[in-house]
Design a protein around this ligand. Structure first.
Ligand SMILES: C[S@@+](CC[C@H](N)C(=O)[O-])C[C@H]1O[C@@H](n2cnc3c(N)ncnc32)[C@H](O)[C@@H]1O
Length: 288
């Protein structure tokens, strides 16, 4: 496991921002807040309801619920890992908003709640970390009351711009080797980060029994100028505490000298130059 990424709460607080300057950190935080608001809008929570933020991490959605609904809803912060629940407890101890909160250490594929219990189940960027997604949707369906909503946001990483699309053959030695390797690991059916699409999420939800399934795909295009240091971090910052870095993925195919040279060539090709990247995300709502 990487030195800079010991667990999920560290990843959420530090690793994901490790290559960003102040402006980029602020842009990312604003983007997260806008996602939170979009999920809460879909969830349309009412006073008196039971609501859970599954895979809560540091509580992006849950604290949004508290901000809007205070103690008028019963809120569960749930995560597979205790360090995340401890982080939410710590944040909670610093706020003055009245609340009605409990904590549940639980895996989303085996939720420790009785059936027909919740009015709203929410996740943000959680399924992307679970290899077999169908059991999770079955569980969300089980723990929701009839007419309960599941609302979520997931990045569709398999459709993100690839490195081989950002650089061109003239800039990279062994371009074709790296292109083939990247294509292969970005389409690996055993990799939770990339083994799904908006269509497969839709299918999972219907198979679980949900009706009125909405999987709204948004393509986000952005232009920015990465520094060489930021580009290095694309390769060495892990996408999750238990996941291989990009460099480690390429090391499955090539010796380290070749991978290091590739990283250097990508840094030289793209560093301090404006690049355009696109990423797809899915906003999800489904009713039991
Ligand atoms: C990218 S973070 C998102 C955290 C939070 N939802 C947010 O929006 O900031 C992924 C979260 O999913 C949690 N997680 C990963 N696998 C899980 C599983 N199988 N069951 C429950 N939580 C899981 C991690 O502990 C982590 O908190």
């Amino acid at each position: 496991m990487s030195e800079i990424c010991k667990n999920w709460s560290t990843w959420l607080k530090k690793t994901r921002f490790s290559y960003m300057d102040e402006t980029q950190v602020q842009q990312t935080l604003n983007w997260l807040l806008s996602i939170r608001n979009q999920v809460l809008l879909l969830a349309d929570i009412k006073a008196g309801q039971k609501v859970a933020d599954f895979g809560c991490g540091s509580g992006l959605l849950g604290f949004g619920v508290l901000e809007h609904y205070k103690d008028s809803v019963e809120l569960i912060f749930s995560d597979k890992f205790q360090d995340c629940l401890d982080e939410c407890k710590n944040i909670l101890s610093q706020i003055e908003t009245p609340y009605n909160v409990s904590f549940l250490q639980s895996d989303v594929s085996d939720i420790k709640l009785e059936s027909n219990y919740l009015d709203r189940a929410m996740t943000r960027s959680v399924l992307v970390h679970v290899k077999d997604k169908q059991p999770c949707f079955n569980e969300f369906y089980r723990v929701l009351k009839p007419q309960g909503y599941y609302c979520a946001f997931e990045p569709i990483i398999s459709e993100n711009t690839r490195y081989y699309e950002l650089v061109n053959e003239a800039q990279i030695s062994d371009y074709q080797d790296f292109k083939l390797a990247e294509k292969e690991f970005m389409e690996n059916p055993n990799d939770p980060l990339v083994n799904f699409s908006a269509q497969s999420l839709d299918k999972n939800l219907e198979e679980a029994g949900f009706s009125d399934v909405l999987v709204n795909v948004q393509a986000v295009a952005s232009k920015y100028i990465p520094t060489k240091e930021a580009i290095l971090n694309w390769f060495i910052a892990p996408p999750a505490p238990d996941q291989k870095t990009m460099k480690e993925r390429f090391l499955q195919y090539f010796e380290e000298k070749k991978v290091d040279n590739f990283i250097l060539e990508v840094q030289n090709a793209l560093g301090d130059t404006e690049i355009s990247v696109s990423s797809n995300t899915a906003l999800i709502k489904a009713i039991k």
